[in-house]
Write a protein that binds this ligand. Structure first.
Ligand SMILES: [Zn+2]
Length: 351
C-alpha cells in the first residue's frame, strides 16, 4: 500500500534528521581538518589569549583630557581618521593597527600629475617625476620588494625604473631603506640626513644599509630637473628623520606637498618630546611655505588607500583628496602634535 503511517513519517523524519546531523558532523570534521592543516588563524584563540587594550596606570588625567580634546577639536571633516588612529587605536589597540598594516599588495597610483604611490600595504614609496629623472622617496623593506613590487609598480604607472636617479630616505628604519642597496647598485644616488646615515651604519634598521652617499642638511634645497625639494631634519621618530616640501601639480594646478618623514609615535619619552618639538616647528615651516597637500610614508598615515579610491572614482568637479588646503593641513599637524602630547600624558609625563 502507498499509504504511509504516521509512525513511518516520524521514522522518516528522524532518519533525515540523522542524515543532516551526519552531514553537519562530516563538514565539522572537514573544518577541523582544514583548521589543523591550514593557517593557525582559522583556529579561534581562547578568549584569555586575546589582545587587551594597552593600559595607562600612570596617566596624568587632567593633561590627557586637555590634549585629547585639543586633538579632537582639530579633527574636523576628513581628519577624524587621523585623530582616530593617532589618539585612539595607536597605541591603545596595536593589534588593530597591525592588522591594517600588513605586507600586502596595493595598486600603484598616480596621485598628482607628477607624483605616484608605488608601495605596498604596510609601507609606501613615492616616485616624483622630474624633467631630469625620477626621485624616489623610500625603497620598501628589502631588495626583493624593490625588485618585485616597487619596480613593477613604476612600470605599471608608465615610469621606467632605469630613470630612478635619486632615492630620498625619510628615516633610518628598514621598511624605508631596505630596498636602497638594490637601487644603489644600479647607480641611484641615495640621500639621507647625517644622523640617519649614522643610525643606518650602526645597524639600527636590522637590514643591510646602503653605503653612505649624499647627505642633506636642515633647510637645504636640492633641485632635481626643474623640481626643488627642501629638506628639514625633524627628529622624533628617528634621530635624523627627514621631512620634505616640494611642488606638484594636479590637473595642471600647483600645490605644495608637505611630507613629514616619520609620523609614527616613538616609544621613548625623550623621542616623543623631540617629535613634539619637530611637529611644532614643522607647523611654522609649512605655514610660511604655504603647504596645502599631505602625503605619508605608510598608507595608514595618509589614508592612502581610501584617498586612492576617491581618485579612482574622481569626477571632473571633485578635488584631489590629498589636497587638504592650507588651514586643514595645519589642523592635520595639530592632531599629530596633540596626540603625541596625549600619549605622554597617558604615560604620566609632561611635554
Ligand atoms: Zn619608521
Amino acid at each position: 500500500m502507498a499509504v504511509t503511517s504516521r509512525r513511518d513519517k516520524i521514522d522518516e523524519g528522524m532518519e533525515s534528521g540523522m542524515n543532516r546531523m551526519m552531514v553537519s558532523a562530516a563538514s565539522f570534521i572537514v573544518m577541523l581538518a582544514a583548521a589543523s592543516s591550514g593557517s593557525a588563524q582559522q583556529v579561534p584563540k581562547p578568549i584569555a589569549e586575546w589582545p587587551r587594550p594597552a593600559e595607562f596606570p600612570k596617566e596624568d588625567r587632567a593633561a590627557a583630557i586637555q590634549h585629547f580634546h585639543k586633538a579632537r577639536d582639530y579633527a574636523v571633516g576628513d581628519l577624524f581618521a587621523d585623530f582616530a588612529l593617532r589618539c585612539v587605536t595607536n597605541p591603545k589597540y596595536l593589534t588593530r593597527v597591525n592588522n591594517e598594516q600588513y605586507d600586502g599588495h596595493v595598486e600603484p597610483m598616480q596621485v598628482f600629475d607628477d607624483l605616484y604611490r608605488v608601495g605596498q600595504m604596510a609601507v609606501s614609496a613615492w616616485a616624483l617625476k622630474t624633467s631630469d629623472g625620477i626621485v624616489l622617496f623610500d625603497t620598501l623593506n628589502n631588495e626583493e620588494e624593490a625588485r618585485d613590487i616597487l619596480e613593477p609598480a613604476l612600470r605599471k604607472v608608465g615610469l621606467d625604473p632605469k630613470d630612478v636617479k635619486w632615492a630620498i630616505l625619510t628615516h633610518s628604519h628598514g621598511d624605508h631603506f631596505g630596498g636602497a642597496p638594490y637601487f644603489q647598485r644600479k647607480g641611484t644616488r641615495i640621500i639621507a640626513s647625517d644622523l640617519d646615515w649614522k643610525a643606518m651604519a650602526a645597524g639600527k634598521g636590522r637590514v643591510p644599509a646602503p653605503s653612505r652617499d649624499m647627505t642633506v642638511t636642515d633647510g637645504q634645497t636640492m633641485t632635481f630637473g626643474k623640481t626643488a625639494v627642501t629638506f628639514y631634519v625633524t627628529p622624533g621618530h628617528t634621530i635624523g628623520t627627514l621631512s620634505t616640501i616640494f611642488p606638484v601639480t594636479d590637473r595642471g594646478a600647483k600645490h605644495l606637498v608637505g611630507f613629514y618623514g616619520g609620523a609614527g609615535l616613538p616609544r621613548d619619552v625623550d623621542a616623543k618630546r623631540a617629535q613634539i618639538a619637530s611637529l611644532s616647528r614643522w607647523r611654522t615651516i609649512t605655514t610660511k611655505a604655504g603647504v596645502d597637500a599631505q602625503i605619508g610614508n605608510h598608507p595608514l598615515n595618509d589614508e592612502g588607500l581610501e584617498r586612492d579610491e576617491q581618485l579612482l572614482y574622481r569626477r571632473k568637479q571633485d578635488p584631489n583628496p590629498y589636497v587638504l588646503g592650507r588651514a586643514m593641513y595645519q589642523n592635520y599637524l595639530g592632531i599629530q602634535e596633540e596626540c603625541v602630547r596625549f600619549a605622554l600624558a597617558r604615560d604620566g609625563f609632561r611635554d
